[in-house]
Design a protein around this ligand. Structure first.
Ligand code: S3P
Ligand code: PEP
Length: 434
């Protein structure tokens, strides 16, 4: 709906910027806070659009949620696993993470709920989650063949299952963890590849018993008395990634990003940058509650192409557009292997990133399992670009804009608010004209 006109100058980065709290952890913090008994106090919570939807849905399910936007605090009085009935549908809009978390939560309630969503999620099949949860005892009804809107009736007699992961998805894993906590027997996940582990970490922090091993996760039954906790959310590595890539690519940059989340299942882009020859310093490393964080110091550096293997992909899943931009400006070729599962989950993102970068003269080969990006590509603006309502693509395009003197329009820029309201204002605080 809104167009953003980029600047006709090249920039470098200088200074310090505090990125907002992590969206992925915050979704889960609201979920566990709402389910638990007692009070959960969350610090460094960013009231981004997707998180507002999650908070609204859990309020509808009976949680009392108070947000101090100026202090970035959220206080939740949970329902102690007694979800409120609702005649009105639960509207998850286009919040993919919420879909999986909510399916997991509703699985153990005997109430019936209707879940509706926005255009994007209404066209994305939910069969992966519901086939698994059906095996545990949940009933579903959908007119549109396993997509939203869908009616869900859970059970207070869920049976634990064994799931051999066919797809590496943190969201599907999270559905099973949330259902498994309330099942009458253990639930076992035999892993394909490890994915982000915030759900397991937070579940245990709130009182569940999830046994996590490299190849197998066991959600033990009988540990369902979750209690409210205090927690501080670290800075969102996926938001920091935009500054990291911008700082590496724009000559003369030096940037400090304090208190960024450094969970090893999220920071794949740091390893990719290292493989490409970059040296990013980490200072003041610490852990508060359960998640590690630290300060990142990024300086512009010469980069070369690399091969990113399938095993690395889950740890860079939301950073692929930024990595594609970074690879296009490095010397030599970069190959991202094993993106098959990303295609299944985020096919639009891969397609849209390729289409929009082509409008800036950056081309890449994308097939079912691989992306190949040639290096040393000059940015040549051929047309205005569009975020396709994808915050990650919108932010990547903003970073591309600072590397060229040719201005262009980014259509639907407001998508950025999904995870990082105020990104452009923050960006301008640390940009210096070259
Ligand atoms: O669990 C999460 O918070 C997320 C998991 C990933 O999705 P998949 O589970 O579909 O890989 C990621 O792309 C998404 O941005 C957030
Ligand atoms: C894809 C994302 O999130 P979700 O799946 O919650 O829409 C994202 O944050 O990049």
């Amino acid at each position: 709906m809104f167009d953003y006109n980029t600047q006709p100058s090249k920039f470098k980065f200088q200074g310090e910027i505090m990125v907002p709290g992590d969206k992925s952890i915050a979704h889960r913090a609201i979920t566990f806070g709402a389910l638990a008994s007692g009070v959960t106090q969350i610090s460094n919570f960013t009231y981004a659009d997707d998180l507002a939807v999650t908070a609204k849905v859990f309020k509808q399910l009976g949680a009392r949620i108070h947000t101090e936007i100026s202090n970035k605090d959220m206080i939740i009085k949970g329902v102690g696993h007694k979800l409120k009935e609702s005649d009105k549908p639960l509207n998850i809009e286009n919040v993919g993470t919420l879909e999986s978390l909510l399916f997991g939560v509703l699985a153990s309630s005997t109430n019936s709920y209707q879940v509706v969503g926005g255009d994007y999620l209404s066209n994305r099949p939910v069969d992966r989650q519901i086939n698994l949860l059906s095996r545990m005892g949940v009933k579903y009804q959908s007119k549109t063949d396993q997509s939203l809107p869908i009616s869900i009736t859970g059970s207070d007699n869920l049976k634990g299952i064994t799931y051999h992961q066919d797809i590496s998805s943190a969201q599907i894993k999270s559905s099973l963890v949330l259902a498994g906590i309330y099942a009458k027997s253990d639930t076992t996940i035999i892993r394909k590849l490890p994915t982000r582990n915030h759900t397991e970490l937070l579940a245990n922090y709130f009182g569940a018993n999830i046994d996590v091993n490299p190849d197998i996760i066991v959600i033990k039954h009988g540990y369902s008395d979750l209690t409210g906790q205090d927690l501080t959310i670290p800075g969102d590595f996926s938001s920091a990634a935009a500054y990291i890539v911008g700082g590496l690519l724009s000559h003369g940059s030096k940037l400090i990003l304090p208190m960024v989340g450094l969970n090893s299942t999220r920071i794949g882009l740091l390893n990719v940058a290292k493989q490409m020859g970059a040296n990013i310093f980490i200072d003041n490393k610490s852990t508060k509650n359960i998640e590690p964080f630290g300060d990142l110091i990024v300086k512009s550096q010469k980069l070369h192409g690399t091969t990113i293997t399938a095993k690395q992909v889950p740890f860079i899943i939301d950073e692929i557009p930024l990595i594609a931009l970074m690879a296009s400006q490095a010397s030599g070729e970069t190959i991202i292997e094993g993106i098959h599962d990303v295609h299944l989950q985020l096919s639009d993102r891969i397609r849209n990133m390729r289409v929009e970068l082509a409008k800036l003269g950056i081309i890449m080969d994308v097939n079912d399992d691989t992306i190949i990006i040639k290096g040393n590509q000059r940015i040549i603006v051929k047309d205005d670009v569009d975020s396709h309502n994808d915050h990650r693509i919108a932010m990547m395009l903003c970073i591309a804009s600072i590397l060229t003197t040719s201005p262009f329009k980014i259509k639907n820029i407001e998508a950025i608010d999904i995870s990082y309201p105020g990104f452009i204002a923050d960006l301008n605080k640390v940009l210096v004209t070259k």
